[in-house]
Write a protein that binds this ligand. Sequence first.
Ligand code: SN0
Length: 319
Amino acid sequence: MKLFSSVNDVNDIQKLVAEALELKKSPYAYQDLGKNKTLGLVFLNPSLRTRLSTQKAAINLGMSVMVMNLDKEGWALETEDGVVMNGSTVEHIREAAAVMGQYCDILGIRSFPKLHNREEDYSEGLFKKFVKFCNVPVVSLESATLHPLQSLADLITIQETKATFRPKVVLTWAPHVKALPQAVPNSFSEWMCRAQQENLLDFTIVHPEGYELSEQFTQGANITNNQEEALKGADFIYVKNWSSYKEYGKVLTYKDGWMMDSAKLTNTNNAKVMHCLPVRRDLELASEILDGPNSLVIHEAGNRVWAAQAVLKEMLLSC
Ligand code: SN0
């Protein structure tokens, strides 16, 4: 594997999940695989789980890790071609990525969307340029439109804890005060649609009108605006806020009552509740759920290590 940016970079998702669960049982079974290899993690935005779980995964494989907070500690980066750099940007991504590729065997990059211009964000220009110019395998640490390490950890968590053969998985929109990216729900959706194709689960998306996700990531999903209906019989509920794709980057008005709380679990199949974190307590998700027996959020975050380790292992085997 030379690139991990989407479910489409993975031939066999079930094999990757199985590999991650094997690594969870024997974290150090491949501790020599990454000897004398260096992973570079480049952040243009904040991170807690992605940074620490990917570092931990690399350490388990015997790799060395370097972390660069490019937004705070690097030179201001120019990403456009054909500009005279007589303004505030100091270094072009062409040089910056190429240089980091000289120091690292594998690179990871986190680059959020700006949420101003849909075409610009959805073209993944920055991520694609980074991949092109660094010349080493790249793992996405959340791009403008996708967060594949999160979604792999989510699929691992579902496969690991499901009690029925084909569980009902529901992605529900939740309220928030800020405009957040669509990367996590896009990514969760593309992984769940693939899993549904493979008969692993049944996938539903529910959101208020105006919050439709890009159709490129939702093929095959059941999509509705009725949360009560969607949650009926759910085995897993994935709670996440996102800003509008249609009215790009906007927080639209919506009716109250979208926050996930214990009362809404009544008509589910005693559903397990997931969230990628960070979560705004009692805005997106009620504390009573987060602190109760139905919450999977900490377990899910723990599985980020095995998701990253399975991906890094595949990359090390091919580089
Ligand atoms: C990010 C997102 O894409 O939604 C990261 C998720 C892994 N979340 C946030 O930016 C939350 C920010 C906030 O103020 O709650």
